[in-house]
Design a protein around this ligand. Structure first.
Ligand code: G
Ligand code: G
Ligand code: MN
Length: 575
């Protein structure tokens, strides 16, 4: 046992030494002042300290406080000794960190040894409790998987940074999210998912500076909190490093994963609260997520409005789909003869919706994102076949209906069966329906899409390639897929009589499609001369405001079905 005595009274010290020396294996260091005692404690590992209350330079309570601030790597039990046996002092001594108190008049062999024994035991207990408290405190701030800080620790750090914000330094937050993490997790298993997160964490850790805080704040979401004098430069440098560090494959035992990341950032300044900052970083991240591939978005005020709009669209989609409230309008497609040969069904957001009003080019991408597109598509298809059935019941047998399909809908393995079933229930034939599919659906070139398109064609549906001329306009798509019809996008329709570029382009596209036997439809016809030009190209069908805007079924009935005797163009001879 190693004992330190801090006592200026030499007689008392000798008494103690005498008592202790009776025990074998005891080594004793004697000091006479607080200063000497503290120095000894810093340099030597003791098992117990006997500390006199009245020292020339400090009193015992002050020494106890001083020892605490030393933050010793090898702390030990302390017994405070005093000439007067004072219960108030005992209380204070225990509070200040001593394990026991001993009146100087009580010192005898038995008493001293017992007190030392108890103090050591007590210290050991306290030490273990404190250590495990510290450990659980750390654990509560850590993310077990990645060994980064967790959300709680991140928020605490953010709060701290906000309260210590100075004029000279600014802070910023980056939120980073692994794109399609759910897919990797499900596709390769959760072990690979966990391993991916660990590797991402390690790569982020590698590129940040020593004082930057990195945390995992969601299942596949990371945050970096940092400050600098020139925050804009630091942010740019950090983003560059992050993108570089993350942009190579993550390797596992038997797979390699290439993933992209979405990143959102915002600055701390301008009296923003912790909540504001987290919200802004999340909004920026959310916006970045909406874009494909690597994407970095910085928060600005317009984002809030945009995200709010998206939220309303999402909620509205679910709400109105459950109530079957979407509207479907129809735009005629006209043959060379001037007859309306088909009606394109186009979905419209319900009027007087409490969520606001949105255009299809706004809400369809959202519907594709939040997986409601299958339901929306089926709703439109059902309306379309019912409209068709109703036209047929009035004797219009030659008219067909075109329905737009999102590429995502083609992933439903039972799509063809369901569509055929809906046709059967409405009493129409698949051959009366045209499915308009954009060329992007064919780009993925995956087996399931290919199979589905063949299945739909085999079931008797006409497949029409929509928006041709905007994307790849690939002849191989026309050859490799069972495509019966091609619809030229309105962006390739000449905008004026001397728009020779578009005139030539459209002319070539039409002959290209005709050369492989596809029927050609040209959309976006707004003026007579455009109609004449397209007719001269021998395109089979036309569509556009020149003939009719999309109209409701009620308007359709009124405008076309009851005007057979009217001869003014545009005419729908067969109707
Ligand atoms: O009708 P409007 O021009 O606003 O339509 C904008 C876009 O929305 C067009 O590209 C059109 O093809 C698409 N669209 C309209 N209705 C539907 C629909 O029912 N399903 C799908 N997938 N797209 C549609
Ligand atoms: O991509 P898709 O072909 O499905 O787009 C159809 C949409 O194009 C319709 O919803 C309609 O609003 C729009 N549209 C139809 N005809 C015209 C037209 O002549 N001019 C313009 N600018 N848009 C049209
Ligand atoms: Mn279309």
């Amino acid at each position: 046992m190693r004992v330190l005595i801090i006592d200026d009274d030499m007689v008392d010290r000798k008494d103690i030494v005498r008592v202790l020396q009776t025990q074998a294996g005891t080594s004793i260091v004697e000091t006479a002042t607080a200063q000497e005692g503290m120095a000894a404690l810093t340099n030597i590992k003791f098992d117990i300290v006997l500390l006199d209350y009245l020292l020339p330079d400090k009193n015992g309570l002050e020494v106890l406080a001083g020892i605490k601030t030393l933050n010793l790597s090898h702390p030990c039990g302390i017994i405070l000794m005093s000439g007067n046996d004072d219960s108030e002092l005992l209380e204070k001594a225990l509070e200040a960190g001593a394990q026991d108190f001993l009146g100087k008049n009580e010192i005898n062999q038995q008493r001293l040894q017992r007190t030392i024994h108890l103090a050591r035991k007590r210290f050991e207990l306290e030490y273990h409790v404190r250590k495990s408290q510290e450990r659980s405190k750390i654990a509560a701030r850590m993310d077990n998987l990645t060994r980064l800080f967790n959300r709680t620790a991140f928020e605490t750090a953010l709060e701290k940074m906000l309260s210590s914000n100075t004029e000279y330094e600014e802070g910023a937050v980056i939120f980073l999210d692994v794109d399609n993490f759910k897919f990797f997790n499900e596709c390769y298993g959760h072990e690979v998912g966990d391993e991916l997160l660990k590797q991402v964490a390690a790569r982020i850790k590698q590129v940040v500076d020593k004082n930057d805080q990195v945390a995992r704040v969601g299942s596949n979401e990371f945050a970096v909190l940092f400050k600098a004098q020139d925050i804009e430069t630091k942010k740019r440098r950090l983003l560059n490093r992050l993108l570089k560090a993350l942009d190579f494959p993550f390797a596992f035992d038997d797979v390699e994963i290439n993933c992209t990341f979405s990143i959102g950032c915002t600055f701390l300044g301008n009296e923003k609260s912790k909540k504001d900052i987290i919200k802004q970083a999340n909004l920026a991240l959310h916006k970045a997520k909406g874009e494909s591939g690597y994407s970095v978005t910085e928060f600005d005020a317009s984002l809030s409005a945009e995200i709010e709009k998206q939220r309303k669209m999402k909620e509205g989609l679910e709400f109105h789909l459950n109530r079957g409230e979407f509207n479907v309008v129809y735009q005629p497609i006209i043959a060379e003869s001037g007859e309306t040969v088909s009606l394109e069904a186009l979905v419209r957001w319900p009027e007087n919706s409490p969520f606001g009003h949105f255009r299809p080019d706004e809400f369809i991408p959202i519907s594709e994102q939040n997986q409601t597109i299958d339901k929306l598509g089926e709703f439109v298809f059902k309306q379309a076949v019912e409209t068709l059935a109703s036209l047929k019941s009035r004797g219009y047998n030659d008219i067909r209906v075109s329905v737009n399909f999102s590429p995502i809908q083609l992933n439903q393995w039972e799509l063809s069966v369901r569509l055929v079933d809906l046709c059967r229930k409405a009493g129409v034939s698949p051959s009366d329906l045209v499915l308009e599919i954009t060329e992007t659906a064919l780009l993925s070139n995956d087996f399931a899409t290919k199979r589905m398109i063949s299945e739909l064609a085999t079931a008797g549906f006409t497949i029409s390639l929509d928006d041709f001329g905007t994307g790849y306009s690939s002849i191989s798509h026309l050859i490799n897929f069972p495509i019966n019809q091609v619809k030229m996008d309105r962006s390739v329709v000449p905008v004026s009589q001397d728009d020779s570029k578009r005139k030539n382009l459209l002319s070539s596209l039409v002959s290209m499609c005709k050369s492989i036997g596809a029927v050609v439809v040209i959309e976006g016809i707004e003026e007579q001369w455009q109609a004449d030009f397209c007719r001269a190209l021998r395109a089979e069908k036309q569509q556009g405001y020149f003939y009719s805007k999309p109209i409701s079924f009620a308007e359709l009935t009124e405008k076309y079905l009851q005007s057979e005797e009217e001869t003014a163009a545009p005419r729908c001879a067969s109707m």
